[in-house]
Design a protein around this ligand. Structure first.
Ligand code: PBG
Length: 329
């Protein structure tokens, strides 16, 4: 039997007929300026070291970090988020290397600023886990628990040292209570009202951080469940959000991205500040691994994940694919 006449009355397929039509009606677009590249700089190496769980991503020398920053800027990427990996024997209980003006992260910030000036927004991870010998994001008390307020003092110092090195933006990521307020105060005290804070507002305790722990040579045994959020909770995210905004966050971030798009959408609906999402190491590894096995169309999958994150409400996306994607857009 032939279907004819006025049935079906509605034909959404009309707007999908060809690429030009689909492009015209697309509600979400990706632009290089939406993207921020996270990058690792490691002390004491003379050539880049590949990260096995993140094929295509390396721990940079200061030299290759400069090159990577220039490539990102030329591709139109907006920012770079820097992580420092100190020499193993420089790690200690309080993460001294994180506040050493000559520490590797500060050296990385200076090198990138020297290279790109203001063409790329230089952001620094503000956390102690890369620098502590126990691998936690803070300092420990007598019973081995992460001591919130003692850690805040370390973060204050870290913020000042990172600002001195030239960070445009600092990203407190340790999930200590009060961290945004303390960092804001510390920056203002040294006259750096110009440095902004990208708050890791909603940071879940995630299995998808696995590859990152290799990337920064983390010494952590155990987990971060007493400070990072429980994946089961959404209301708690709104509470963290309210606190961060009250304490002076200029931008807020949700992390990881893909398993938490609902949280991202809720936050994006609530706020009047820019919202970032961090597509983390495990999200990267998942796609790369499946692609390597030939189980997934790599490039299409990458664009689909990024589009989904934008659609859910992120203005900015931190992604290890930033430069590659920006070049293709
Ligand atoms: C903490 C920090 C982590 C990541 C960014 N900042 C690790 C953690 O909390 O365990 C993870 C990023 C990624 O997995 O790509 N300094």
């Amino acid at each position: 039997m032939t279907v004819h006449g006025s049935f079906p009355g509605s034909r959404p397929r009309r707007l999908r007929v060809n690429p030009a039509m689909r492009r015209m009606v697309a509600e979400t677009r990706l632009h290089p300026a939406d993207l921020i590249l996270p990058a690792f700089v490691r002390e004491g190496i003379s050539r880049p070291v590949p990260i096995s769980a993140m094929p295509g991503v390396v721990q940079h020398t200061l030299d290759t970090l400069r090159k990577t920053a220039v490539e990102a800027a030329s591709a139109g990427v907006s920012g770079i988020m820097l992580f420092g990996v100190p020499e193993e024997d420089k790690k200690d209980a309080t993460g001294t290397a994180g506040t050493d003006p000559d520490g590797i992260l500060q050296a990385g910030i200076r090198a990138v600023r020297e290279e790109v000036g203001d063409d790329l927004i230089v952001m620094s991870d503000l956390c102690l886990d890369e620098f502590t010998d126990h691998g936690h994001c803070g300092v420990l008390d007598g019973q081995g628990r992460v001591d919130n307020d003692a850690t805040l003092e370390r973060y204050a110092e870290m913020a000042q040292v990172q600002a001195d090195a030239g960070a445009h933006v600092v990203g407190p990521s340790g999930m200590m209570d009060g961290q945004v307020g303390v960092v804001r105060d510390a920056l203002d005290t040294i006259g750096r009202e110009d440095v902004s804070i990208l708050a890791y507002t909603v940071k879940y305790s995630s299995a998808f951080y696995g590859p990152f722990r290799e990337a920064v040579g983390s010494s952590l045994k155990g987990d971060r469940k007493t400070y990072q959020q429980d994946p089961a909770n959404a209301r708690e995210a709104l509470r963290e959000l309210a606190l961060d905004l009250e304490e002076g966050a200029d931008m807020v971030m949700v992390k990881p991205a893909l398993p938490y798009l609902d949280i991202l959408a809720r936050i994006a609906a609530e706020v009047d500040v820019p919202v970032a999402a961090y597509q983390i190491s495990g999200e990267y590894a998942m796609v790369e691994a499946a692609a390597e096995k030939g189980w997934i169309d790599r490039d299409a999958a990458i664009l689909e994940t990024l589009t989904g994150i934008r659609r859910a409400g992120a203005n900015m996306i931190l992604t290890y694919w930033a430069t590659e994607v920006a070049e293709k857009l």
